[in-house]
Design a protein around this ligand. Structure first.
Ligand code: NDP
Length: 269
């Protein structure tokens, strides 16, 4: 596994195991499989309602806590009600851990400036090693950066070849914020794309691997979700080839600003 560097100098694995829509009842076994396959970075959220099962797997596995990178997120309702500290305590308890590696502000709702103070508090207390945001556009980040004491280290956003977020990524890079891509396969929709298939054939790689490699070469963390051990392994097998400049450019040019998830400026949840 390759790592990227956070602005604090600490490292984060370039690929994490995504757990959205994995029910609590099945997540335990899948996390153990993912750890066996080589994942050390796990992405969850209080909203996914699977932190208990993940915590169970973490306590059963043979890994040291310090070798794992666990991300969770604070949901909108808790943000609107200023229950950030309570949400973090609940996540810590469910995940059976005494610290969270990365705590994310899930969507830009509520009062960004006041909410962020609670994130800063949790980091200062050592309950959270790194703090970041998710689904923040440039104007949300502008508000935050002008008023914060501790800068977010990550912005986790929808990002894939049909929504490559070039401008937002450049903005984040200029502020020392690492970008993490959610729904990197458009929740599976992109995995039959003919253009990506023909690029993959030339490298003897699958569409999933071409997308993951394109992200990696752009310095973007990806969080592929899979419920199959073979596909989990396939999604980690991207470090033995290099996409040419032409192919990177070609995939960049596939952008259509096409979302599969909600636009953060127009959410109703
Ligand atoms: P992905 O884009 O990762 O796609 C997952 C789908 O792709 C599943 O149907 C999976 O099927 C399939 N798949 C995975 N690998 C392969 C492969 N190698 N070959 C063929 N099919 C494959 O979807 P998600 O929407 O889950 O996004 C990834 C993660 O991002 C989430 O799990 C979550 O952690 C995070 N996320 C964060 C959000 C935020 O607001 N911050 C919002 C949404 C997601 P199968 O399981 O059968 O392999």
């Amino acid at each position: 596994m390759k790592n990227f560097k956070l602005s604090s100098g600490k490292e984060i694995p370039a690929i994490g195991y995504g757990t959205f829509r994995i029910p609590n009842e099945s997540v335990n076994e899948l996390i153990l499989e993912a750890l066996r396959a080589g994942y050390t970075h796990i992405d969850t959220a209080s909203y996914y309602e699977n932190e208990t099962g993940i915590g169970q797997a973490l306590s059963e596995c043979d890994k040291n806590r310090s070798d794992l990178f666990i991300t969770t997120k604070v949901w909108n309702e808790e943000i609107r009600n200023r229950k950030i500290k309570e949400s973090c305590s609940e996540s810590l308890e469910k995940l059976k851990t005494d610290y969270i590696d990365l705590l994310l502000y899930h969507w830009p709702v509520g009062n960004i400036i006041e909410t962020w103070k609670d994130f800063e508090y949790l980091k200062k207390e050592g309950l959270v090693k790194h703090i970041g945001v998710s689904n923040f556009k440039e104007h949300h980040l502008d508000t935050l950066l002008k008023n914060c004491e501790i800068k977010p280290e990550i912005n986790q956003i929808e990002c894939h070849p049909l929504l490559n977020q070039k401008n937002l990524r450049e903005y984040c890079n200029s502020k020392g914020i690492l970008v993490s891509a959610w729904s990197g396969f458009m929740a599976g929709e992109l995995l039959t794309n003919k253009e990506l298939l023909s690029i993959g054939k030339r490298y003897k790689k699958t569409i999933a691997q071409i997308i993951l490699r394109w992200n990696f070469q752009h310095n973007i963390i990806t969080l592929p979700k899979s419920s199959s051990e073979n596909r989990m392994r396939e999604n980690l097998d991207i470090f033995d080839f290099h996409l040419s400049e032409e192919d990177m450019y070609y995939i960049d040019s596939m952008n259509r600003d096409q979302r599969c998830g909600p636009d953060p400026d127009f959410i109703n949840f």
